[in-house]
Design a protein around this ligand. Structure first.
Ligand code: PLP
Length: 357
């Protein structure tokens, strides 16, 4: 069975096996990993190791804090403005589709914040991304969604390199595509795509970026979370534990560069077929195609539904596209095996032959 879900995504089989074995007794403690106290050294060592591995994988410098929070990427839509928009109180948004719009809407709900779209992919129905963004106003930061999970577009190069700090939503391609952390003031990602179980959100933020933040309720404050190593209240121990195992797996696999190479090769298999097919096509312009989320369509809704149902009975599951765009979508995160893409392409060929007969 191959699971093409956009989230929660597949985890490496080796990691699942280790989780299975430690579910009953973590490091011979006699306690399940879900039963260990977050005030015990078992936990603090586990958390420190996960952080160290993430720092290694993403080359995160010492002047950036790594936070393991809750609330999903969606909470960061509000937490980033609360903590980081303190001077002009204005935030620029690059409108790249659904998730960037959700981020902008939430920012606007924070009292006193002005959120402004500075560039948009709307004219192309989000099949292309704004390139070479220029800012004419001063903003506290520019928000960018690096991979658009629903539309299937991805920034491989940053569209802005000016002085205004970047805040990046990397929810659907963190650790699958190489970026320089130092090009950003802050990045965030919900864990449930390329990292581990839902319930954990990774935030990497430059320490000096939030130093002017006002007094905030503890759970909403980067400063207070950082001061307590993300254990201000009970942290999502199990999710952090699995994320730590995934980080170790990634290190063993050769790190982010290796993952990016594999992801590009996996996605290329599918895009090559889509470009040659008479039935299926990718709606996204080549330059902007995501390597982790690949939407495709036949242009005929009834045919799309038939394809999704038949794929499902052939063990290719969760290929239904997001309800906003319809069609199909294959999500190919780090742990998704190449053989799954090969099987999908084979199945698409057979389906296409049957339809054209
Ligand atoms: N940002 C992007 C790019 C996403 O793909 C998603 C979820 O799919 C979110 C934000 C929202 O994430 P969460 O469910 O963790 O709040």
């Amino acid at each position: 069975m191959y699971n093409f879900a956009a989230g929660p995504a597949v985890l490496p089989a080796e990691v699942l096996r280790q989780v299975q074995s430690e579910l009953i007794s973590y490091k011979n403690s006699g306690m399940s990993v879900m039963e260990i106290s977050h005030r015990s050294s078992l936990y603090t060592e586990m958390e420190a190791e996960a952080e160290a591995d993430l720092r290694k994988l993403m080359s995160i410098p010492e002047d950036y804090d790594v936070l393991f929070l809750q609330g999903g990427a969606t909470l960061q839509f509000a937490m980033a403005p609360l903590n980081l928009a303190n001077r002009t109180r204005r935030i620029g948004f690059v409108d790249t589709g659904h998730w960037s719009q959700r981020a902008e809407e939430e920012a606007k709900l924070v009292t006193g914040i002005k959120a402004e779209v500075v560039a948009s992919g709307e004219a192309s129905n989000y099949t292309e991304l704004p390139q070479a963004v220029e800012l004419t106003e001063n903003y506290d930061y520019l928000h960018l969604t690096l991979n658009n999970t629903i539309e299937g577009t991805m920034y491989k190069e940053l569209p802005y390199t000016g002085k205004v700090p970047l805040v990046g939503d990397l929810s659907s391609n963190i650790l699958g595509q190489e970026y320089n952390v130092t090009d950003f003031g802050m990045i965030y990602a919900g864990a449930q795509k390329n990292i581990g179980p839902a319930g954990l959100t990774v935030v990497v933020v430059k320490h000096s970026f939030f130093k002017d933040a006002p007094q905030l309720p503890a759970m909403l404050s980067y400063a207070k979370q950082a001061a307590k190593h993300s254990a201000l209240n009970t942290p999502p121990v199990f999710a952090i534990y699995v994320a730590g195992l995934v980080f170790k797996w990634l290190v063993q696999q050769g790190g982010v560069a290796q993952m990016q190479q594999r992801n590009e090769a996996k996605a290329q298999l599918l895009y090559d077929y889509l470009d040659a097919s008479q039935l299926f096509k990718s709606p996204v312009k080549k330059q902007w195609r995501s390597t982790t989320n690949v939407p495709f369509i036949t242009g005929n809704q009834e045919l799309d539904q038939r394809f999704i149902a038949q794929a499902q009975s052939n063990g290719l599951v969760n290929l239904k596209g997001h309800r906003l765009v319809g069609g199909m979508r294959a999500s190919l995160y780090n742990a998704f095996p190449r053989t799954g893409v090969e099987k999908l392409v084979e199945f698409m060929q057979t389906f296409e032959e049957t339809v054209r007969r």
